[in-house]
Design a protein around this ligand. Sequence first.
Ligand code: DHB
Ligand code: FE
Length: 305
Amino acid sequence: MNKIAIDAVLGRIEESTGQDANPRISAIVYRMVRDLFYMIDDLDIQPEEFWAGLNYLAEAGRTGELGLIAPGLGFDHFLDLRMDDAEARAGVSGGTPRTIEGPLYVAGAPVAQGEARLDDGTDEGEVLVMEGRVLDGAGRPLPNATVEVWHANSMGNYSYFDTTQSAFNLRRSIVTDSEGRYRFRSIVPVGYSVPPGGATDRLLKQLDRHGTRPAHIHFFVSAPGHRKLTTQINIDGDPYLWDDFAFATREGLVPPVTRVEDAAAMKALGVDKPFSLIQFSFTLHADTANAPQAEVARQRALVTA
Ligand code: DHB
Ligand code: FE
């Protein structure tokens, strides 16, 4: 179709807008409609293809997979890069890199002071100890910071979404001690894969892609007067480390994993097998009015006691 005809029909649609329209929503919706009209025309999208696409999105919505398709197509990572860019323009740089939240956080996890055990004892995976400090931009420890941590089990599944796991398994909020320290014992997670045969899996197959993430541990780190950090660390050595379907692996987020086989250290932890140790400290940025809010409001699962 010629551009004049396309713009004419777009004009008619936009002119239907009422006086009390929400200006932000109107701008976004009409931009989306315009881009899609041009996409349909450029790619000569057939009616059957249009309706298949619409029904595909409806199914992804019904089955709760839109939150998986977004990271798989790079949207979550793109939003991270835009936030990095906005921070750089506001003079906020350095510190622990952010990376995507993902769709599997659950609010309301038990709160522990200083240290916690995350696993409920039923997972046969290798024992993991992770410890470190929360620091400010000058390297000073931040006591009373909150380290929210969540990760998958040794099958790659997250409690709550995997209803076979106990409530809040592998999820805690740990408050740092007077020296800014946190420490937890858990099990080494395994990389998550999108549900087989689901909307995301089928889309990725059409692109000849896999739907697997390397093993990772999620964090929200917050402290009064500081910008909330959303990040993850990866378990080094995972075959998918730099082949993450969600594009979330970043330099600076792959700490070394030490295998501890020392008998005294094992005894101190009450384990009879070697365990993995990760030492990692988080550096937060001070609050600033110049950069966009670091705390992102979005719909999240919430479980209350
Ligand atoms: C997805 C799963 C994750 O565990 C994660 O961290 C990010 C994304 C997903 O299913 O899309
Ligand atoms: Fe995850």
